[in-house]
Design a protein around this ligand. Structure first.
Ligand code: NAD
Length: 479
């Protein structure tokens, strides 16, 4: 069997696996079973809750300097182990090795950013009406948190939540993605080896809705953080609301790209093709609706299709691979159904549009695809594809494109290509999105807030906003 991460639960400072129900983990490039993932029993979940509660009593009182020291060590270890963690993520998630290694290296920065920000969790003194009264506003950790993270960036999504909760003085029970679990187990090992006390971080696995409802309903858990699809996010937020618990929700999007007549078309086409194929398009901020102004439509389409059709698809461990397989079979079926609808709605496939028979025919590969001429109410233009498909459509005026871009319930990322300052200002003001990239895509850095509006989510991760969801405000007024 291929060498792979030693999968486990992590509860109260111990990695445990034996004697539990388990599920197969499959390499999406080959269909080979590469590991067995243990599921948490009810007793395991109760133990995780009890250890997080016990640990919170101590952890909330640790100094920010101590939390900071551990997070810095996590960052250092992540850099040291990036090759090994990345390789295992390519095996279970499919992304090219260079992308997987870069994900881990980038996450070292998330750990370091939270190490730095932990030392700047300030309260304030409010001037009083009475000279004998002192009014103090204090920010305290919310308590035990539960987090649910997805399979597209297994390491990144988990460490962002863990670093924010832990740096704020909270403790955490995290359920990672069963389809691609190695990155989360590796992350737990980093925290363990960095000296995190037992119970501050716990990792569990299981049937997603069973684990999430059990944890959200537990009176011990005070805050929920989820990254995943809009329907699941709404379900979890509703359950959290029923129990008056705070939420951070990082949900799906359907990111419009606006390419104006005055844009640098060559650069836009090449960079968009590369960005679109990243992680085989399974990225919540992936560009997914391409609105091209009519004066440059033909030139852009030609260059973009040329760049997309040259993307080398293959096993992520093979040298030269630029795009790996989709993470699981259901994403391949989803792509086929989007393309079938596109055919029905009069769309023209300019490149791709089919499953690729790679990995001995057992891999979940889909060709990078460009489709033109779809109406705005087609499935591809209204539902997040979460895969390597790009629909191109024309627009005439700025007012028109803003209206069309804002017409969906999503509001995650948007991208604009223009060399006109006034246009850049007008569209960045008019677009309903949590993040807007103008002439580039730099929206996911540790020092920047990452989050959506409308159906795309509640709250931000990263930036100086990162602790907002993990702290509560307490007023102390003293005579
Ligand atoms: P899905 O809706 O079944 O699952 C999405 C994620 O949520 C998975 O990680 C899954 O394990 C988890 N999940 C599902 N039900 C859950 C529950 N009741 N409690 C806790 N976790 C639960 O879809 P999928 O086929 O796995 O992924 C495709 C869709 O997911 C895409 O359309 C995309 O919108 C969304 N997605 C978004 C992100 C993101 O970064 N925002 C990441 C991964 C997936």
């Amino acid at each position: 069997m291929t060498a792979y991460e030693n999968l486990a639960l992590y509860i109260d400072g111990e990695f445990v696996a034996d004697g539990r129900k388990s599920q197969d983990v499959v390499n999406p490039a080959t269909g080979e079973v590469i590991g067995k993932l243990p599921h948490a029993s009810r007793e395991d979940l109760d133990r995780a809750i009890a250890s997080a509660e016990r640990a919170f009593a101590e952890w909330r009182r640790t100094s920010p300097l101590e939390r900071s020291r551990i997070l810095r060590k996590v960052g250092e270890l992540a850099r040291e182990r990036a090759q090994e963690i990345g390789r295992n993520m390519t095996l279970d998630q499919g992304k090219p090795l260079a992308e997987a290694v870069a994900e881990v290296q980038g996450c070292a920065e998330h750990a370091e950013w939270h190490a730095e920000e932990a030392r700047r969790i300030y309260g304030r003194l409010v001037p009083s009406r009475d000279p004998n009264v002192r009014q103090m506003v204090i920010r305290e950790p919310v308590g035990v948190c539960a987090a649910f993270t997805p399979w597209n960036f297994p390491f990144n999504q988990a460490i962002r939540k863990a670093a924010a909760a832990i740096a704020a003085g909270c403790t955490l029970i995290l359920k990672g993605p069963e389809d691609a679990p190695s990155g989360v187990v590796a992350m737990a090992r980093l925290f363990h080896d960095a000296g995190l006390p037992a119970g501050v971080l716990n990792i569990v696995w299981g049937v997603p809705h069973e684990v999430s409802s059990y944890l959200i309903e537990s009176p011990v858990v005070r805050k929920i953080s989820f990254t995943g699809s809009v329907p699941v996010g709404k379900e979890l937020a509703a359950l959290a609301g029923k129990h008056m618990k705070r939420v951070t929700m990082e949900l799906g999007g359907h990111s419009p790209v606006l390419v104006f007549n005055d844009a640098d078309i060559d650069t836009a086409a090449v960079h968009l093709a590369k960005f679109k194929s990243r992680n085989a398009g399974q990225v919540c901020i992936s560009p997914t609706r391409f609105y091209i102004q009519e004066g440059v439509y033909d030139a852009f389409a030609e260059r973009f299709v040329d760049a997309v059709s040259k993307i080398r698809v293959g096993d992520g461990l093979e040298k030269g691979t630029q795009m790996g397989p989709l993470a699981h079979e259901r994403r391949v079926d989803a792509m086929a159904s989007f393309v079938a609808d596109a055919h029905d709605r009069g769309g023209k496939v300019l490149t791709g549009g089919e499953r690729l028979q790679l990995g001995g025919g057992k891999g979940y590969f889909y060709a990078p695809t460009v489709i033109a001429g779809l109406p705005d109410d087609s499935r591809l233009m209204t539902e997040e594809p979460f895969g390597p498909i790009a629909p191109l459509t024309k627009f005439k005026t700025t007012e028109e494109v803003l209206k069309r871009a804002n017409s969906l319930p999503f509001g995650l990322a948007s991208y604009v290509f223009t060399t006109n300052l006034q246009t850049a200002h007008q569209v960045s003001t008019g677009l309903e999105a949590g993040m807007i990239g103008i002439n580039h895509f730099g929206v996911a850095l540790s020092e920047l807030p990452f989050g959506g509006i409308k159906d795309s989510g509640i709250g931000s991760e990263g930036g100086s906003e990162t602790f907002d969801g993990y702290l509560v405000t307490k007023l102390v007024t003293q005579v």
